[in-house]
Ligand binder design. Structure first.
Ligand code: DSN
Length: 450
């Protein structure tokens, strides 16, 4: 119907098929997720919430699918209600949460909704410094969150190991008494000490918030600690990274579930689920994207299957081996390696090239990754010292430890051939030849010949 856009969709599909995605925050969704995301639920307005009645029973039984009186502002909700309840039930089961809000349009919206639920303008929040791995929405000066709230920072003590300076963090927390202690990062290859963080936060009565956008799928797959096991109160995440769903956000909470339409309850930790529901809608969002929630539900269903555990284990194994192979070829890695799905390399120190140039030449051969600042980067945001890459997407394509040495060799070869267009074209051909042997999970399966 629209040739111009259809052609661009086709070209993007071909780009994805003929290359490999190494951006650690991206993934390839299943056909089921793609179809739900493109479904007629996109036509529906569903401001408000379904009934939360029987919430704990949904976790084990199918009564999530019963039609119950809802808390919506529009009619025609018999299917959206049941679908959103299934999504909530699956989200709670994945993380062992008491409640889930599946409506945030993105991770940024999820974080803003939590801040808005718990803090007043000007209140303090303690999070990781941006250049040490924190995210934009953790108070980068250019964001709205930084204009409203007062962000204070902790850092890594030693960037060769990635160890966080917990003593400094405790000192800052006791002095500043932030309302929220925020753990969770976009460019950090190690696992934080959730127990120590929880102890520090509890000393000052802070809300313990974990932004697990990058590692959510690893938590569900048993390859990363679950902050709820250490007493955290809130987990925010995106749904499209290691969790392998549609682009979107999700908030998981511990506490007592109340009625989001009634007057706001007192700001206590117990009331967090309801405070957050009210903060998502009507606090910070309007109509939820019901087609995206349907696709989230499909992805959550997939993540609850035993195969997803195998996937998460392979993601971590692939990242470890890729990191080792890169080190053999001279890449200097921040923190000396990885414990999760992502790798941060200082290409400036390794090869005298900046991260933007490395991103460009590696892209030219069909491998996508992103330039990234390193802690206290001597270079600029647009031409930083580092590159960031990871294995969630290539593991979905079916790559295992067998293919990791080749990926590392291509990364180094592209950097070496940065001024040699002929060599770069040869490398692109090699990448494409391997990539087409590993179809996208959403590609139609070829029928066996009779
Ligand atoms: N933009 C995401 C990332 O790439 O890490 C974080 O939201």
């Amino acid at each position: 119907m629209d040739k111009e856009i259809a052609n661009l969709i086709h070209e993007e599909q071909e780009r994805q098929r003929h290359g490999f995605e190494l951006i650690p925050s991206e993934n390839y969704v299943s056909r089921g997720v793609l179809e739900a995301n493109g479904s007629v639920f996109t036509n529906k307005y569903s401001e408000g919430y379904p009934s939360f009645e029987g919430l704990t029973e949904w976790m084990d039984e199918r009564i999530a699918e019963e039609i119950l009186p809802n808390r919506r502002y529009y009619g025609g909700q018999e299917n959206t209600d049941r679908m959103e309840r299934v999504a909530i039930a699956r989200a709670c089961r994945m993380f062992g949460a008491d409640h889930a809000n599946v409506q945030p349009h993105s991770g940024a919206q999820a974080n803003m909704a939590v801040y808005n639920a718990w803090m007043e303008p000007g209140d303090k929040i303690l999070g990781m410094d941006l250049s040490h791995g924190g995210h934009l929405t953790h108070g980068a000066p250019v964001t709205q969150s930084a204009q409203i709230y007062n962000f204070i920072r902790y850092k890594q003590k030693d960037t060769t190991t990635g160890e966080i300076d917990y003593d400094e963090l405790e000192e800052i927390a006791l002095k500043e008494k932030p309302k929220i202690l925020l753990v969770g990062y976009s460019a950090y290859p190690r696992i934080p000490d959730f127990k120590r963080m929880a102890e520090i936060g509890n000393k000052i009565g802070a809300l313990l918030m974990a932004d697990m956008a990058h590692v959510a799928g690893l938590i569900v797959g048993g390859e990363h600690p679950n902050p709820f096991d250490y007493g955290f109160h809130v987990i925010t995440t995106t749904t499209h990274k290691t969790l392998r769903g549609p682009r979107g956000g999700l908030i998981l909470t511990k506490g007592k579930v109340g009625d989001p339409i009634k007057k706001a309850p007192p700001k206590t930790l117990e009331n967090i689920p309801t405070l957050i529901d009210k903060s998502v809608f009507p606090g910070t969002q309007g109509g939820p994207l019901m087609h995206t929630i349907a696709a989230k539900a499909v992805a959550f269903g997939e993540a609850l299957q035993p195969e997803f555990k195998v996937y998460a284990t392979q993601v971590v194994k692939n990242a470890r081996i890729l990191a080792e192979e890169m080190q053999k070829l001279g890449f200097i890695l921040l923190t000396g390696g990885t414990d999760n799905h992502l790798i941060l390399a200082d290409v400036h120190k390794s090869f005298g090239i900046d991260g933007a140039e490395a991103e460009r030449v590696i892209d030219e051969i069909g491998l996508s990754l992103n330039k990234n600042s390193i802690p206290d980067d001597p270079l600029t945001m647009f031409k930083p010292s580092g590159i960031r890459l990871g294995t969630p997407a290539i593991t979905t394509r079916g790559l295992t430890e067998k293919e990791m040495p080749q990926i590392a060799k291509w990364l180094k070869a592209a950097i070496d051939a940065r001024d040699d267009e002929v060599k770069l074209a040869e490398l692109k051909q090699e990448v494409a030849e391997m990539a087409i042997r590993f179809p996208l999970p959403s590609d139609p399966k070829k029928k066996a010949k009779k």
